[in-house]
Design a protein around this ligand. Structure first.
Ligand code: APR
Length: 307
């Protein structure tokens, strides 16, 4: 029997992720949304693409969490986007409510699943899922770093006119504004970036990466990025399903690593079938350590809203 992966939220990220996973042909898929008909319709449409694409993934959708029972991996994308006039605190409260309710529902039917959180604000939502589910930290990981790193790699590749796959980069910290790129460890086919680009250019690329989500929103106006976020999530799902032990930047709860305790941060994480296998600790320059501590403080601040 194929493993089952459930995706909660059949919006842009959830539906595109389901498509990417169906096309990889590595799991049966369940799509759930609160909106009647939305997940059913998209799941059926994806299933009907199978004969053309050449995949045999079963895809079903609905509003009923019974469909998700026995999932190996559950991805949570459900939530609301920030609307004009909505404060960041309002967004945290609203999405924490949705994520809390969804987490309870999926864990009841899939007590052994690994949860991958995608809903923003990401770090706070990983905290919320951990708190509500009582799951060990190994089984609740957040998608942010793969996306931030991909954006950074893309911009470096564009600037240097090289293939993005040759650019190796590490991004730590919170998602977005407080991310901490490790410039000293960024290389192009093994060559340190400091030998290829001036400091001002690197800083401009870092700034653009931090603003990467907002840049897309400025173009789309009524929605946010979903192609790269779904690609990043698919890579994490695959690492878990294939028990690949690959190291990817993920948001996980730290337990003393990087000198931080009880806070969710983006760090290099080795993934296996059980979710997080271990946090990889990298040597940080003093300014990077300081930036990581500031990032942790920003996440803690956000959590005060949740009490
Ligand atoms: N249960 C199930 N689904 C829900 C619930 C709920 N309680 N509340 C909302 N949803 C669904 C919505 O009906 C919608 O279809 O979540 C979906 C969210 O989809 P979009 O609005 O298209 O948002 P998307 O672009 O997919 O982003 C989802 O990922 O990257 C993050 O910031 C982004 O938090 C956002 C999330």
């Amino acid at each position: 029997m194929r493993p089952k992966v459930s995706v909660i939220g059949a919006g842009n990220v959830g539906a595109t992720l389901t498509q990417r996973l169906a096309e990889r042909d590595i799991a049966d898929l369940v799509l759930v949304d609160i909106v009647e008909g939305l997940a059913e319709g998209k799941a059926l449409d994806l299933l009907e693409a199978g004969p053309i694409i050449g995949h045999n993934s079963r895809v079903v959708g609905g509003t009923d969490y019974a469909l998700t029972a026995g999932s190996q991996v559950v991805v949570i994308t459900s939530g609301l986007a920030r609307k004009p006039g909505m404060s960041r605190d309002d967004l945290v409260r609203t999405n924490a409510g949705i994520v809390g309710e969804v987490t309870r529902a999926v864990v009841a039917g899939s007590p052994d699943a690994v949860l991958i959180m995608v809903t923003n604000p990401l770090d706070a939502m990983v905290h919320q899922a951990l708190r509500v589910s009582g799951l060990p930290r190994e089984r609740v990981v957040g998608m942010a770093g793969v996306l931030d790193t991909a954006r950074f790699r893309c911009f470096v590749a564009q600037e240097l006119e090289v293939a993005a796959e040759n650019v190796q980069a590490h991004v730590l910290g919170g998602h977005g504004d407080t991310m901490v790129p490790l410039i000293g460890m960024t290389t192009v086919a093994g060559v340190p970036i400091s030998r290829l680009l001036g400091r001002d250019r690197v800083e401009a690329i870092v700034a653009r990466t931090r603003d990467g989500g907002a840049e897309i929103v400025r173009y789309l106006k009524t929605g946010s990025a979903f192609y790269a976020p779904s690609a990043a999530t698919a890579q994490m799902v695959e690492a878990i399903l294939l028990d690949s032990h690959v190291i990817l930047p993920c948001a996980v709860e730290l337990r003393g690593e990087y000198g931080l305790n009880g806070v969710v941060m983006g760090v290099p994480a080795q993934l296996h079938a059980g979710g997080l296998e271990r946090v990889v600790e990298m040597e940080l320059a003093p300014d990077e350590r300081l930036a990581l501590e500031r990032s942790a403080e920003a996440v803690r601040q956000l959590l005060t809203v949740l009490g």
